[in-house]
Design a binder for this molecule. Structure first.
Ligand code: ATP
Length: 375
């Protein structure tokens, strides 16, 4: 199912110039400013962003609970504007999953099918199949309150999937679970999605959750898409300050370009260091924003390093935290910024840098990330 990349045949879900403005007596508020997005058949796509960025509103428009104020929403190439939620070939799972307490687990799952006038035998076999899928085959006769939070969430999932929607929309479905259970459910949810092969659109503000489960992540900020990509692309090639900071430690440096040639901008700060940055277009005098991920940086004592780690900056250790398998350092650069460095602990105990010590940080030019966007 994951072979269905966007662009081959009609997308499972397509948003074209979608906008949403809420009007009330006193004000108007544009929750979604403009969204263009294609979601492939069988894809696990997450909408990720801080509270209020418009994720839920976007999901509700796909489901049909809200109508866009502009633009179109297509499911398998058919425009859905004006189509009520129950006639759309999608199903939604909310954070508060509201199972019927007086019904058994099996009855809860069967509920949607019975309203569709499907024969008893088929209802029974489809309910069994769903309970099997979510790992609750032996809990069908229990009441919801006799199940754990994670099990209840799986019942809600079975209830949404039993209708065989072509896409499932999930709005922070794991947010109410504690950390351990949430992590277990992330793996479980991904397995279920792979097994049933349907499109999942998953809303979350938790970056770890999005990285763990998604084929692609849409990072939203302030009603707009900041960047779309695979977890790896977004982590290793963030384009904006916002994405760099939202998915990881941003490690921002600001500098003035001192030379530019062959697609590489150089910030030369003399004795304080030198940073090389791949850049499609730049010129001497440009103010640029650069980031480097903590695990790409090598920390050395003493002499300025040489070799292929051509980017090197000097600083002072302001903080060191021992984390067992790794250490993190906060390094205050001579230029004023602070960088975080992640150092794996090897099998031998090496001398680690101490607070107050002067160190060099170095990395390869290809790990310098040129970012756009306001601070
Ligand atoms: P959260 O993670 O907190 O749920 P979100 O990214 O899902 O955030 P939305 O729920 O989509 O954000 O809301 C986006 C913005 O639109 C918010 O500022 C919210 O206050 C506003 N908003 C949402 N629904 C309405 C409404 N019915 N009327 C007015 N404003 C609304």
């Amino acid at each position: 199912p994951h072979d269905a990349a966007p662009g081959e045949g009609p997308a499972a879900i397509e948003l074209r110039g979608v906008e949403k403005t809420f009007f009330s007596k006193s004000e108007t508020f544009q929750a979604v400013k403009r969204l263009d997005l294609e979601i492939g058949e069988g894809e696990f796509l997450s909408l990720l962003g801080p509270s209020g960025c418009g994720k839920t509103t976007t999901l509700r428009m796909i489901a049909g609970f809200e109508e866009p104020t502009a633009g179109e929403i297509l499911l398998h190439g058919r425009n859905q504007v004006g189509v009520p939620p129950y006639k759309r070939d999608v199903n939604t799972v909310f954070q508060s999953y509201a199972l019927f307490p007086h019904m058994t687990v099996a009855q809860n799952v069967a509920f949607g099918l019975e309203r569709k006038r499907i024969g008893k035998a088929e209802v029974h076999s489809r309910v069994e199949e769903m309970l099997q899928l979510v790992g609750l085959a032996d809990r069908g006769e229990r009441r919801p309150q006799q199940l754990s939070g994670g099990q209840q969430q799986r019942v809600a999932l079975a209830r949404a999937l039993v209708n065989r929607p072509s896409a499932l929309l999930l709005d922070e479905p794991l947010a109410a679970l504690d950390l351990k259970l949430r992590q277990a459910m992330q793996v479980e949810l991904k397995r279920i999605q792979r097994d049933v092969g349907i499109t999942f659109v998953f809303v979350t503000h938790d970056q770890g959750e999005a990285l763990t489960m998604s084929d692609r992540i849409v990072v939203m900020n302030n009603g707009l898409i900041e960047q779309v990509g695979s977890p790896q692309e977004l982590y290793e090639r963030p384009k904006t300050r916002f994405v760099a900071g939202f998915l990881g430690t941003s490690n921002i440096m600001e500098g003035t370009v001192t030379s530019y040639a062959d697609g590489v901008a150089v910030i030369d700060a003399g004795d304080d260091g030198r940073v090389l940055v791949p850049a499609d277009d730049s010129a001497v005098g440009d103010q640029i924003t650069v980031s480097v991920r903590p695990e790409k940086i090598v920390l050395t004592h003493g002499e300025r390093p040489s070799g292929d780690r051509e980017c090197s900056v000097q600083g002072t250790v302001s903080e060191m935290v021992y984390l067992g398998t790794s250490n993190t350092y906060e390094i205050r650069l001579n230029g004023g910024e602070t960088l975080t460095v992640l150092e794996q602990n090897g099998s031998t105990a090496e001398a680690t840098a101490r607070r107050g010590e002067k160190v060099w940080l170095s990395w390869r030019p290809q790990h310098s990330l040129l970012l756009t966007g306001a601070p």
